[in-house]
Ligand binder design. Structure first.
Ligand code: AG3
Length: 284
């Protein structure tokens, strides 16, 4: 029998939980001005992007996250034309956005150009739309970008790393207010908001902040096998449209593997332990 290498990559998902993946090969490693970046080829998940030792995305399960962070919001908006992605240097979110026929322009604002370069070279399946004619790449701080571009976007997607290090400011009420200002009158914002098992302080705070700024706020779920706990949350703030009022039978047929019109509904059905995180405590 062929012997497998005993080379493993380990992420500490919390101080007390770790995930390990058997490695075929380290494809690339560098220290950027912002973080440590690695692309690793793993036996189970294929190539994965790792930033500061945290799994960002893998060729095997990236579709769940990128489809959910994109299509729920874009199919809630009547005609999204101009979208902004903050973070998401691997390009997966941009790839999903350009599947929408109304989209004319995607501004992709990533603070660390090295992530984009590595994704282009080593993760072509994920980064393939980065050279799409509608896409403009801006290497800048997303916080500055939303402050300087008022009333500009139909959709803003915050595809960030965990709320430590470079992404910390992307989980603040001040940033959400700037996002509100950068959206048009019927704009929609969505962010990845971590694990309902392990981030039980963060999620209620974010939800409270977002619902204090946007008339419509909704939390929804997807299942990302390599993220802590698997079950993952996304939070939407919308100025006008409610994702629960979408006529799902009118959603155009899309090339997706997780998102579907039925999932557009069911992703908002929250198990009680998740519902509890966003319950308005004043109403009790
Ligand atoms: N953004 C990373 C989500 C957080 C993952 N956390 C973790 N594995 N501990 C995803 C970037 C994909 N575009």
């Amino acid at each position: 029998m062929e012997q497998k290498f005993s080379l493993w990559f380990t992420e500490y998902q919390t101080a007390d939980v770790k995930i390990s993946c058997r490695v075929n090969k380290t494809i690339h490693q560098e220290k950027t001005p912002f973080q440590n970046l690695a692309v690793i080829d793993t036996v189970q998940y294929g190539r994965m992007l790792v930033l500061d030792n945290v799994i960002q995305t893998t060729v095997m399960d990236e579709f769940v996250y990128h489809e959910m962070i994109t299509h729920v919001a874009l199919n809630t908006h009547a005609a999204p034309r101009k979208a902004l992605v903050i973070g998401g240097g691997d390009g997966g979110t941009v790839r999903e956005i350009v599947k929408h026929r109304t989209i004319e322009k995607v501004v992709h604002c990533e603070i660390d150009g090295a992530v984009i370069e590595a994704a282009r070279k080593y993760l072509p399946e994920i980064s393939c739309a980065l050279s799409h004619p509608a896409v403009e790449i801006v290497i800048d701080d997303g916080i500055k970008h939303v402050q300087n571009n008022k009333n500009t976007y139909d959709i803003i997607i915050v595809d960030s790393t965990d709320p430590v290090g470079p992404a910390e400011g992307l989980f603040s009420a001040a940033f959400y207010r700037d996002i509100f200002g950068a959206l048009k009158d019927d704009g929609i914002f969505v962010a990845q908001t971590e694990s309902p098992f392990f981030n039980r302080d963060l999620i209620p705070r974010l939800y409270r902040d977002i619902s204090g700024i946007f008339p419509v706020s909704r939390l929804f779920l997807g299942n990302v096998s390599t993220y802590p706990g698997g079950l993952w949350t996304f939070t939407m703030g919308s100025k006008k449209y409610d994702p629960l009022e979408v006529d799902v039978s009118s959603i155009p047929k899309m090339d997706t593997r997780y998102y579907s019109p039925a999932i557009h509904r069911t992703c908002f059905v929250l198990p009680p332990f998740v519902e509890e995180l966003i319950k308005n405590r004043d109403e009790e």
